[in-house]
Each structure stands twice: as C-alpha cells, then as structure tokens.
Write a protein that binds this ligand. Structure first.
Ligand SMILES: [Mn+2]
Length: 243
C-alpha cells in the first residue's frame, strides 16, 4: 500500500542524541517503503548554515541520504529554528527544499503544508523577527560571519526566544483561526498539515464551502509524532515512544 509520512519539530540537538537515533530508526524503517517523507520545519534546534559540517549534522545527513537512495522521496520545509537550512543541505540529503504553503496531492486529496509559525499572527514581535530572518540579505550577512560567531549568535537567539515566550499568553503562541481559514481558502484546500505549536491534534475548520481539517504535528520529546497519509485510510496522527 502506498503511503506518505510527515514529521516536524524534532529539534535535533547534540545534547539530546536520542532524537537523532529515533529519526534514524524511522528512516531505516520506512526507506524504500514510503512514497515520501516531508519534514515540516524545526528539524534542528538551530541551523547556522549548510557549511557547519559538525559530526552530528553529518550523521543526520548520512541517514537522510540512505533514505533517499532507497527510492523514497524526501522534502524539507523551513521552521523558525532552522530557517537557514539551504539547498546544499537538501542536496546532500538527496531531498528538496519546499516553499512554505506548498500544496501537495495525497492520493487524491489536496493538502497545504506549512511549518505553522506564519499562522501565529498575534505574535507581532516574532513576526517582525521572522521578516528580518527570512530576508536574503540578512541571511547573507549572517553566513559571512565565522561559524563560531554564528554559533554564539544562535545561542543568544534561543535564550532570548525562551525568555520572550515565557511571558506570552497561550493564544498568542497558537495559530490565529482567521489566518488558517485565509490560507486554506487561498490554496483551495480542505486540509492543512503543520507543526510549530507543539500542540498535536486534529481540528475541524469551518470553511465557506464545508468543514476542513487542520492536522497539527507534535514536537519530539518522550514521544515522537508523525502523520501518515494513504489511499485507503486517509490521514492519521500517530505518536510513538522515544527511549
Ligand atoms: Mn517552530
């Protein structure tokens, strides 16, 4: 049976090697069997540039390469942590970097794919940062700095982000319902898959032409999360234990 997998928010970090191990298990289990794997952002806790060839990064790339060499397709989307993932990374993995809001056909069902951070429109401070950090000129300036300096900047950003988020209301950290409807209508779809909010769930969405569904992937902690799409059962959200 044909099927397709979606994951996001692994937040891979050398200090938590169990998540990279869980990813390698997932890749080994599905390689050559699944039609495609979509990684919808925040694969890495931080990504300071494709030229960062740390043993940890090379380990992850090698696992993805083995997966794509098996014939399964591989796609990546940026998250708010790894927004500097580039084509060099994707190519090394044998995958393709997708634009935010790409619409895919899943066995006859059209689905829009997003990381989810752009849907959190009430978080104006973050959206300002996002606009800056997605600017090619800003990224070029960042990539021109030595790796060690970028490492320190990334560390500072993470600490600042944690401090900021600790004081934000719950609804500001979640998606804006009107923005969800707007994106789904514009794309002409009844299904949206995203991550980012770390609130794995399936929600009904009231659309002008019926009820749609918003599928939210979870972040990897003690549990990992995946969405499976196939031609017979449709979509389903699943979790699995991580040791
Ligand atoms: Mn995120």
């Amino acid at each position: 049976m044909s099927y397709t997998l979606f994951i996001s928010d692994l937040h891979l970090d050398p200090v938590r090697p169990e998540h990279l191990e869980a990813l390698k298990n997932l890749l080994a289990h599905h390689q050559g069997k699944t039609d495609a794997l979509y990684v919808l952002g925040d694969l890495f806790e931080a990504w300071i540039g494709d030229d960062d060839d740390s043993p940890f990064n090379l380990d992850a790339i090698a696992a993805f390469r083995q997966f794509s060499d098996s014939g399964s397709k591989l796609y990546f989307m940026h998250g708010n942590r790894d927004f500097m993932l580039g084509n060099d990374f994707a190519n090394a993995c044998g995958g393709t970097l997708l634009d935010e809001g790409t619409v895919v056909d899943l066995y006859g069902t059209a689905v829009i794919l997003m990381h989810g951070d752009s849907l959190c429109t009430l978080d104006t401070a973050y959206q300002q940062f996002r606009t800056m950090a997605r600017n090619p000129q800003w990224q070029q300036g960042m990539l021109a700095k030595p790796l060690e300096e970028r490492r320190m900047i990334a560390q500072g950003m993470r600490m600042q982000s944690q401090g900021n988020n600790a004081n934000k209301a719950e609804n500001i950290m979640d998606v804006t319902p009107e923005e969800v409807v707007r994106e789904m209508q514009e794309a002409g779809v009844q299904h949206l898959i995203h991550g980012h909010t770390h609130r794995p769930d399936v929600h009904d969405v009231d659309l002008p032409d019926g009820t749609g569904k918003r599928w939210v992937l979870g972040d990897w902690g003690k549990l990992g999360w995946q969405i499976v799409a196939d031609s017979e059962l449709g979509l389903r959200l699943e979790s699995f234990a991580i040791n």
